[in-house]
Write a protein that binds this ligand. Structure first.
Ligand SMILES: [Zn+2]
Length: 572
């Protein structure tokens, strides 16, 4: 491809709206262009990368026995009513209507469509197992689209769905996808961690996320370096810790006046104590009934864990009025002692003595609280988010380490939830009707592309992994008005083309400095420079984007040399 003809336009300065390095670089390198909030065009270079990601996915999905289909993005509302997800998805789903005023949605996912199809297709156990996939545009009405392709309103996903005769068989399909995902992300050059994940509103009972590690990632994860345990922070369990005893831990609880001190910081400063000495008391409505939940002052409540511990379907933090009614005190002064609500306490609070709590009275706190002596606890459970240094829940000696990542893939074992809604049954070997057991498997295709940039850049621009690069080779012709230079460049391009490698050829009438800068920004792994100076040596200058050094390679050898670099890299 000739740069002067192909509408590749790079930007000198960082675009204002981009926060993430990869987003800035994708825009600056002319890979994508913004149409409006959360909507992007793939420009020629970006589209080539996208096609490379798709190709790797297709190869590995097909190898794992999955079969490709393509379902409509536009879906009738009725199928979402059948699964009871029309309400669950809420405003996150784009809802429209056709000219006959029939309600439609733009699909954020395709469990409903695929199960509807399968319920008509599958009659006998002989037709199972089956795994079907598609690579398709999805829609989500994000509250705050941001980070470019990471959180967009329209994005490209690979979604796959497996159908099996039973639960054990479904595990086999799950494992096949799990393994294929590992290969896909390795081939894309991504460093990923596989973590246990919450099944959330999708339902199901087994779930893993594939996280591309990145400091700027939106997701938190915890890993134990001593064993293989790793989990999304939403789900990560913590091992048991020693009970905490603070000074004066045998004394009687005593109220102390704390005028206007509501926050952990205000209270711990006033008592000159560490924040974990304060037991934070939060009032929630669990299925519309008030409950209290306790965690140490230096911790953050994980609402998902709390909901699970309480067994509540809905859980919301109570408003000021409810707090006042439930505790007799304004927000900031709730405490477990004397509170007539079911009280759930974080497991690390078991045996807590000498602690501080709110006094259930305005401007009052208690000191010397012995939690189990001074309050009635319904249950101790793991309620707080895990943090670096927490004991590993699986092995004895490990301490968890927190990291950040970008969720690029997710596998779920769904079970029979959708099969029930859509009556997706088959006749087993005894002629008995059974529900198919499902799994679903997603890869954020456009997100994977940007995650690769987030993991591979320097101050000059992108460093594409060989497998994803828009072009593996970029060639700069430094004197485009010199016939000899251009003739040799054309020969080199032709030779690569006959080996199946298109070259990004910068023959623009630009200063060499501009061409070098743009080549670094776009980030093709191999750069060849042909100039009057190099031709005096009968050579071209060869440099890898990932290295500082360059060398002169005779024109006659350049093709073979570069192809061997490519072949070696692509085998890895
Ligand atoms: Zn461990």
């Amino acid at each position: 491809m000739r740069l002067s003809k192909d509408g590749v336009s790079t930007l000198r300065d960082d675009p204002q709206e981009a926060e993430l390095a990869s987003h800035k670089l994708m825009l600056r390198a002319g890979m994508i262009k913004k149409l409006s909030s959360g909507l992007y065009t793939f420009m020629p270079l970006g589209l080539r990368v996208l096609r490379n990601v798709e190709q790797i996915i297709r190869e590995e999905m097909n190898r794992a026995g999955a079969v490709e289909i393509l379902m409509p993005a536009l879906q009738p509302r009725e199928i979402w009513d059948r699964s009871n997800r029309y309400e669950v998805m809420g405003d996150g789903m784009f809802k429209i209507s056709d000219r006959q005023h029939r309600e439609m949605v733009l699909g954020p996912t395709h469990e409903e469509v695929i199960t509807e199809i399968i319920s008509n297709e599958i009659k006998s156990y002989r037709q199972l197992p089956r795994t079907l996939y598609q690579i398709q545009t999805k829609y989500r009405d994000e509250i705050r689209p941001r980070f470019g392709l990471m959180r967009a309103k329209e994005f490209i996903m690979k979604d796959a769905y497996s159908f099996d005769v039973g639960w054990d068989e479904a595990d086999t399909s799950y494992d096949a996808m799990y393994n294929a995902y590992g290969k896909i992300f390795r081939r894309c050059g991504l460093r990923t961690k596989i973590v246990e994940a919450d099944t959330g509103p999708m339902g199901g009972n087994r779930s893993h996320e594939f996280m591309a590690l990145a400091d700027a990632g939106e997701d938190g994860l915890l890993e134990c370096p001593s064993c293989s345990y790793a989990a999304n922070v939403e789900r990560a369990e913590r091992g048991a810790a020693e009970p905490k005893l603070f000074p004066d831990n045998e004394k009687e609880a005593e109220p102390v006046s704390t005028p206007g001190m509501r926050t952990v910081e205000e209270v711990s400063t006033f008592f000159k104590s560490s924040p974990d000495r304060l037991i934070k008391t939060l009032i929630y409505l669990a299925d519309d009934k008030p409950i209290a939940a306790l965690i140490p002052g230096d911790r953050t409540m994980n609402d998902m864990k709390l909901a699970r511990a309480v067994g509540a379907e809905t859980l919301i933090l109570a408003n000021e009025q409810t707090v006042l009614e439930a505790t007799g005190a304004p927000v900031g002064f709730a405490g477990p002692s004397g509170l007539e609500l079911p009280i759930y306490a974080d497991m690390t609070l078991k045996g807590y003595k000498g602690a501080l709590t709110g006094g259930n009275q305005a401007d009052t706190h208690f000191i010397n609280i012995d939690l189990e002596r001074d309050a009635t606890i319904e249950a101790f459970a793991d309620l707080a988010f895990g943090e670096t240094g927490d004991p590993c829940p699986r092995c004895n000696d490990g301490k968890l380490v927190a990291m950040r990542g970008i969720e690029v893939g997710h596998v779920f074992k769904l079970g029979t939830k959708y099969a029930k809604s859509f009556d997706a049954t088959f006749l087993d070997a005894e002629g008995k009707e059974q529900l198919v057991v499902m799994g679903c498997y997603g890869i954020g295709v456009s997100r994977t592309l940007q995650a690769a940039v987030e993991q591979n850049y320097d101050k000059h621009g992108i460093l594409w992994p060989m497998s994803l690069a828009p072009y593996k080779i970029t060639m700069l012709g430094l004197q485009p008005d010199d016939e000899e230079t251009m003739r040799i460049c054309d020969n080199i391009v032709d030779a690569f083309r006959s080996s199946g490698e298109e070259v990004l050829f910068d023959e623009r009438d630009e200063r060499p400095g501009v061409k070098f800068k743009d080549a670094d920004l776009v980030g093709c792994p191999i750069r060849i420079v042909v100039s009057k100076r190099s031709l005096e040596k009968g050579a071209a200058e060869l440099k890898l984007r990932s290295s500082e050094d360059s060398e002169f390679v005779p024109i006659a050898d350049i093709h073979e040399r570069v192809m061997s670099i490519i072949n070696k890299e692509m085998q890895n």
